[in-house]
Design a protein around this ligand. Structure first.
Ligand code: 2P0
Length: 330
């Protein structure tokens, strides 16, 4: 099945005419506690394994989608993006899935409250916001499951950004991916905090899409990854149900470091870490030795994210003065 066939199957019953001239939607960024790392189908962005994330409260992407006259136009964070730019082409290619047979063009005005391409999953909130804006522009009334599948066709992790709070993306087993979508977990955790240490906003040396494929194809450690996920997911679900920060933090930290281990064992190796990343990891481990309950996770980049609770906010601010602190359940 192609992405276009998948979209047709979902939207078949809906009118292909936009119902409004313009629509705006917002979606949160998300941080995976158990990572999505590797695809079983690169056309439909179907993952090798399930994953589990927490959405980042009011950090995310706002997108206004309007009907344009003769070509697509993309504005990112207030600046016009050249049509041949990779970001603009990726958005246009995604919108091609929805144009039907009629020539229709879009003006896409999108703004992130997370640094674009700095490993803070702006593509996740970006594609989720775009799908929600499309739903509103066209007047679809798709349920969360179908919205999540459509977001996945833009970027895998975007299927989790349809929801707030804790979100689990079931890998599914079907070839057409209709059982591969995200669902929110019912639990909340008002005292949970996510700290974001932006150590570099430079473009990554290799994007996560390419990196996960390279890892899957060349890393001997990748064979262990599905087992890692299989053991981590139930631990994370239990940690969330019991609001057990130690279990949550230990499991998420180990999961992230194991993902980076698969990258290091790839040929050639992929090393996302900067000296500042290692320094931050050491500081977090020192803080733990001193009794603070703080854990880390990292994505496909050098930045470090902290997991802790409200009562440690002052201690974290003292050791990391530049940290941005998010309350996912505020
Ligand atoms: C995650 N990452 O679970 C993992 C952890 C990066 C490291 O999902 O190819 O941009 O568009 O499906 O979603 C980043 O990968 O990749 C990602 P595509 P995506 O958050």
């Amino acid at each position: 099945m192609t992405r276009k066939e998948c979209v047709r199957r979902i939207l078949g019953e809906f009118n292909a005419q936009p119902q409004h001239d313009s629509a705006t939607a917002w979606a949160p960024a998300n941080i995976a506690l158990c990572k999505y790392w590797g695809k079983r189908n690169s056309e439909l962005y179907l993952p090798q394994t399930s994953s589990l994330s927490v959405s980042l409260g009011d950090l995310g992407t706002q997108t206004t989608l309007s009907i344009a006259s003769d070509c697509d136009m993309v504005v990112l964070n207030g600046h016009k993006v050249e049509p041949e730019n990779a970001f603009a082409r990726r958005l246009s290619a995604y919108l091609d899935l929805f144009r039907g047979d009629k020539p229709i063009f879009f003006h896409i005005d999108t703004a992130n409250t997370v640094p674009t391409a700095a490993g803070l999953a702006s593509s996740a909130s970006g594609f989720a916001a775009l799908v929600l804006a499309l739903q509103s522009l066209y007047g679809w009334s798709l349920d969360g499951c179908h919205l999540s599948i459509l977001a996945r066709l833009g970027s895998g992790s975007a299927c989790r950004s349809i929801y707030h709070g804790f979100v689990e993306w079931q890998a599914g087993i079907a070839d057409d991916g209709f059982d591969s979508y995200a669902e929110p977990l019912p639990e909340t955790w008002p005292d949970l905090r996510v700290g974001i240490l932006t150590l570099s906003t430079a473009e990554k040396p290799i994007g996560s899409r390419q990196a996960m494929q390279h890892t899957l194809e060349t890393s001997t450690l990748y064979r262990a990854w599905p087992q890692q996920v299989e053991s981590d997911l139930p631990l994370l679900r239990r940690a969330i149900a019991e609001r057990d920060l130690h279990l949550l933090g230990q499991t998420a930290e180990n999961n992230a470091l194991a993902m980076h281990a698969t990258l290091l064992a790839a040929r050639p190796a992929i090393l996302y870490w900067l000296p500042e990343s290692v320094q931050s990891i050491r500081t977090i481990h020192d803080l733990r030795k001193q009794g603070a309950a703080v854990y880390l996770t990292m994505d496909a980049g050098p930045n470090v994210k902290l997991l802790f609770e409200k009562n440690d906010v002052e201690c974290i601010r003292e050791r990391f003065p530049k940290v941005a602190i998010v309350s996912p359940f505020a």
